[in-house]
Design a protein around this ligand. Structure first.
Ligand code: CMC
Length: 429
């Protein structure tokens, strides 16, 4: 029998069940809190709220651990590729060779975009942000392939094995098209003979006269970047996907909401914010010292630092930081921003303000420098995060869609506005 949690308010007490997750995470089952006590739990930012049970990813923020379906991210980064990791995250097991080949083929077979969708790009003004375009067009996909987006849960689940690789493929093509639209350049059609990340770079950078040939270093670095972003338990965008899905919405509508949620600078937009911060520091002739002091006075925020869950280090940041140096070395590139980033990291790690608040570099701290080194424009950084996070969103949609008798997500609130008032006509206001 599970331990009980006791809640006492005044002279009344209530007991609640507790339970423990497979990695020892403890929870109090408060589902009957309001109906038995009349109270609700107030947890601004959900820092203490388990919104679901999930079998997909596990994070131990104190120890800097991230595992997908039990496999440490370090092992996946070393031994697997993005599509293999995507399969693992979505289906729960590493694919056999036959499953991997089939999945890869389904991704390759779905690279093209319906010509009808191409005309949507004409409706966006020049310089439109590619995240806005991406969110809109992922949702629009459902209009062109209605059989994959029915909002009939059973039917959407029956078509899931088609929809999952379809989306992983289409998000990459749409992302490249969004970039070409922003730049006012003609689209480049995918080449089914190229690897996933190579094909993306081809659609981004090839011209009618010259095919872009990505080096192995760049191809591998991009694949690793995508792999390291593939899932991250209940972050802002993934929770959004689950929230939307809880109402019965189809996969396309749900992940399109995830793209919008990702855009903000405190979430996926942080990789763009980091580069802009480093460029501003460089332009000011600061070596980082003045910026650190401003961050401590709360006049600036050290973007790419801090995390709601990681309190010692972010294992993804560690891997990306190392890869970043390797890629710059191999490409024989020097980036003054990398020196500033290292100085900021060093200064912050030795400063009591950051130490006391457990603020360490997160995945976004070095990812911008890496993306910049491999030629990705700054406006596309968050789009790259979205391509990488697609498997996680898809897996979380599937998980919630499979919950029998799942309830719609509908938090409560503590109302703090005015009490009941009589309406005042215009001339008396
Ligand atoms: N620079 C300076 N101070 C900070 C920072 C930072 N980057 N992050 C947190 N703090 C301070 C904050 O002001 C607060 O100080 P005090 O206790 O004096 O009020 C304390 O640290 C706790 O911060 P918080 O805002 O309560 O932390 P949170 O868990 O709500 O926010 C965060 C987490 C990631 C939004 C935040 O650390 C942040 O804004 N970081 C910069 C943006 C960023 O890099 N985001 C990417 C996150 S990783 C990618 C992803 O998964 O989305």
């Amino acid at each position: 029998m599970s331990e009980k949690a006791k809640l006492t308010i005044g002279d009344q007490s209530w007991e609640f069940d507790t339970f423990v997750g497979s990695e020892g995470e403890k929870a109090i089952d408060t589902r009957k809190l309001r109906s038995t006590t009349g109270y609700i739990a107030y947890d601004d930012g959900y820092g203490n709220t388990g919104s679901c049970k999930s079998e997909i990813s596990f994070i131990d923020g104190e120890k800097g651990i991230l595992r997908h379906r039990g496999y440490p991210v370090e092992q996946l980064a070393e031994k697997a590729g993005f599509l293999e990791t995507a399969y693992l995250i979505i289906y729960g097991e590493l694919p056999t060779r036959a499953q991997a080949t089939k999945f890869r083929r389904l991704v390759h077979d779905n690279t093209e975009i319906h010509v009808g969708i191409e005309s949507h790009f004409d409706g966006f003004p020049p310089n439109s942000h590619p995240m806005a375009i991406l969110a809109a067009l992922i949702n629009s996909l459902g209009c062109y392939y209605p059989e994959l987006a029915t909002n009939n849960r059973q039917q959407d689940l029956e078509n899931f094995d088609t929809a999952a690789p379809f989306l992983i493929s289409k998000v990459r093509t749409l992302a490249a098209m969004a970039y070409r639209t922003e730049m006012g350049m003609p689209f480049v059609y995918p080449d089914p003979n190229l690897l996933y990340s190579q094909n993306f770079l081809h659609m981004m950078f090839s011209t009618p006269y010259q095919k872009y040939e990505a080096s192995e270093t760049i191809t591998r670095a991009l694949d690793l970047f995508l792999l390291l972003h593939a899932d991250h338990e209940q972050n802002c965008s993934t929770s959004t996907v689950r929230m939307v899905a809880s109402g019965g919405a189809n996969l396309f509508a749900s992940v399109s909401a995830g793209v919008s949620a990702l855009w903000g600078p405190l979430h996926g937009g942080a990789n763009t914010a980091v580069i802009k911060m480093l460029q501003a520091i460089h332009k000011d002739g600061d070596d980082g010292t003045r910026f650190i002091e401003a961050a401590k006075r709360k006049e600036a925020r050290l973007m790419g630092f801090g995390h709601r869950v990681y309190k010692s280090f972010d294992p993804r940041a560690k891997i990306l930081g190392e890869v970043c140096v390797k890629v710059l070395d191999e490409l024989k590139q020097e980036d003054p921003l990398l020196d500033i980033a290292r100085r900021l990291e060093q200064a912050a790690l030795e400063d009591s303000y950051f130490i006391e608040r457990n603020l360490y570099p997160n995945v976004d701290f070095y990812s911008g420098i890496l993306l910049k080194a491999i030629g990705i424009p700054v406006d596309m950084f968050t789009v790259m995060f979205a391509i990488g996070r697609m498997p996680g969103w898809i897996a979380n949609w599937r998980e919630i869609a499979n919950v029998k008798d799942g309830r719609i997500h509908r938090p409560r609130q503590i109302y703090t506005g005015p009490g009941p008032r009589d309406f005042i006509p215009f001339d008396e206001r």
